[in-house]
Design a protein around this ligand. Structure first.
Ligand code: NDP
Length: 481
């Protein structure tokens, strides 16, 4: 036994993670089902650190020092189950199997239970940052036992991204907690991207600006409170020219947004926990609508009625409107994060995890796709206890929305008037207004439910459960003033 850590699965993510581990002084056992990937890694990068290549799982396990620790980086689903089974058969009680793939958290809960019953540790670890992050420092969200964290923690800390000198990894909680938090991270990422896309659309179609001009606007926004990786790459994408046609690249890309499923999981889970994650849901549905080719083609043929999808403004008003869009983006982003953290909170309650939300915000400051300056404020808000009920009640964010809300309303109103879809902007604003309402029309819904289904209701002036006999003869008329 010579290696202190192993990696199974040497496609893009696994080989980069193995290299990152080796760069930080670890001796890394490496194994892949087909040896050619192992060979490629050794040929191209074998001199970057200490690797121990293996041809078989047995050889791989034998090369690890105890407690043996192996990170799996293979396709999610059945391939992950197959690799876990092979490893568990070759390992001994006390050893640690880490799944670094994008597993669905209920699978992680199940796997942890099965592996624990065999005396081994199982850690479901969310890894964010894509291939680049895996190589140079990802943000990592491991679940699992405290005991496994003692061995694994220092290794992960050695390769994680650094944010203000702190490694972007923390022990999230038991069993599926890490993959749950990674799932919500991805959901927030969907919302973030959709909000940016809506901002772009308002400038592009709405104000008729060029892709390059908008790229410059995003670059400027990146210098302020919106500073983040996603805003930065947006300006890069928008300034990119297509080599073939000379047009902005964004104009030759088919406008059907793809997805791999983590956003959908976030929404499905939120629905089952009854947490309104409206920003994330609208982002997932907007990708869905973009990919409904048949409906969109038919809609074009039918020339569905609506305004010109252009916002006519005097030259003197345009700058102010662009600033309104920036503020609408910021306010909607705060709502999306508040909702995402609500989901983490609800998940923690449902599954018995003790999740430190401030720590989650801190490890998202570097390495991952949603890394952003404002996560410092988010972690402060949780740290101080001001965000215990919702991020929206922490003074900093409450004030931020208070000063942005008029701009936010102007943007949503103009977008609606001019037929430019802003599902995430507008649903976030509606959520905010719903939250701050003294009375919601839910009272009427309770009345309807009681009438058609005797579902009962509660009264504002008396405890208990009530049902009205709705028969016409027993219904007193409301007096008109
Ligand atoms: P892929 O998801 O493309 O998976 C390829 C790897 O899985 C290869 O090593 C392949 O081995 C192995 N594999 C597939 N089926 C089996 C099987 N039945 N038994 C054993 N091994 C199998 O690789 P990526 O590197 O893109 O991603 C790895 C994991 O990381 C995935 O779960 C992914 O969701 C996750 N992830 C990916 C990110 C990304 O940006 N790409 C970001 C964060 C997480 P072989 O070479 O023998 O075919």
């Amino acid at each position: 036994a010579q290696a202190n850590i192993g990696v199974v699965g040497l496609a893009a993510m696994g080989s980069n993670l193995a290299r990152n581990l080796a760069h930080h002084g670890n001796t890394v056992a490496v194994y892949n089902r087909h040896y050619d990937r192992t060979e490629t890694l050794m040929n191209e990068h074998g001199d970057e650190g200490k690797f121990v290549p293996a041809h078989t799982v047995e050889e791989f396990v034998a090369s690890l020092s105890k407690p043996r620790t192996a990170i799996i980086m293979v396709k999610a689903g059945a391939p992950t189950d197959a690799v876990i089974e092979e490893l568990a058969n070759a390992m001994e009680p006390g050893d640690i199997i880490v799944d670094g793939g994008n597993a669905y958290f209920p699978d992680t809960i199940r796997r942890e239970k099965e592996i624990r019953a065999r005396g081994l540790h199982f850690v479901g670890c969310g890894v964010s940052g894509g291939e680049e992050g895996a190589l140079n420092g990802p943000s990592m969200m491991p679940g699992g036992t405290e005991e496994s964290w003692k061995t694994l923690g220092p290794i992960l800390e050695s390769i994680a991204a650094l944010a203000e000198g702190e490694p972007c990894v923390t022990h999230i909680g038991t069993d599926g907690a890490g993959h749950f938090v990674k799932m919500v991270h991805n959901g927030i990422e969907y919302a973030d991207m959709q909000l940016i896309a809506e901002s772009y659309d308002l400038m592009r179609r709405g104000l008729g600006m060029s892709a390059g001009e908008i790229g410059n606007v995003f670059a400027k926004w990146n210098e302020g409170e919106l500073n983040s990786y996603l805003i930065e790459i947006t300006s890069e994408v928008l300034r990119q020219q297509d080599a073939k046609t000379g047009k902005p690249l964004v104009d030759v890309i088919v406008d059907h947004a793809g997805m791999k499923g983590t956003g959908t999981w976030t929404v499905q889970t939120a629905l089952s926990l009854a947490v309104p994650v409206t920003g994330i849901s609208e982002a997932v549905f907007a990708r869905g609508l973009s990919s409904q080719a048949e409906q969109r083609e038919e809609a074009a043929k039918q020339e569905l009625a609506g305004p010109e999808q252009r916002i006519e403004l005097a030259q003197s008003e345009r700058e102010a409107f662009i600033e309104d869009i920036r503020q609408a983006l910021y306010a909607s982003k705060i709502v999306a994060y508040a909702q995402g953290f609500d989901e983490i909170n609800a998940g923690a309650k449902e599954y018995g995890w003790n999740i430190d939300q401030a720590a989650v915000a801190r490890i998202w400051r570097g390495g991952c796709i949603i890394r952003a300056k404002f996560l410092n404020r988010v972690s402060d808000a949780f740290e101080s206890g001001e965000a215990n009920i919702s991020l929206l009640f922490a003074r900093y964010f409450k004030d931020a929305i208070a000063s942005a809300q008029s701009a936010w309303r102007r943007v949503v109103a103009r977008a609606a008037e001019n037929g430019i879809p802003v599902p995430a902007f507008s649903s976030s604003l509606s959520y905010y207004d719903g939250l701050r309402s003294d009375r919601l029309p839910a009272a009427l819904i309770q009345g309807q439910r009681d009438l058609f289904g005797a579902h009962t209701y509660q009264r504002v002036d008396e405890p208990g459960v009530f049902h009205t006999l709705w028969a016409a003869e027993g219904r007193p008329e409301i007096k008109q003033d």
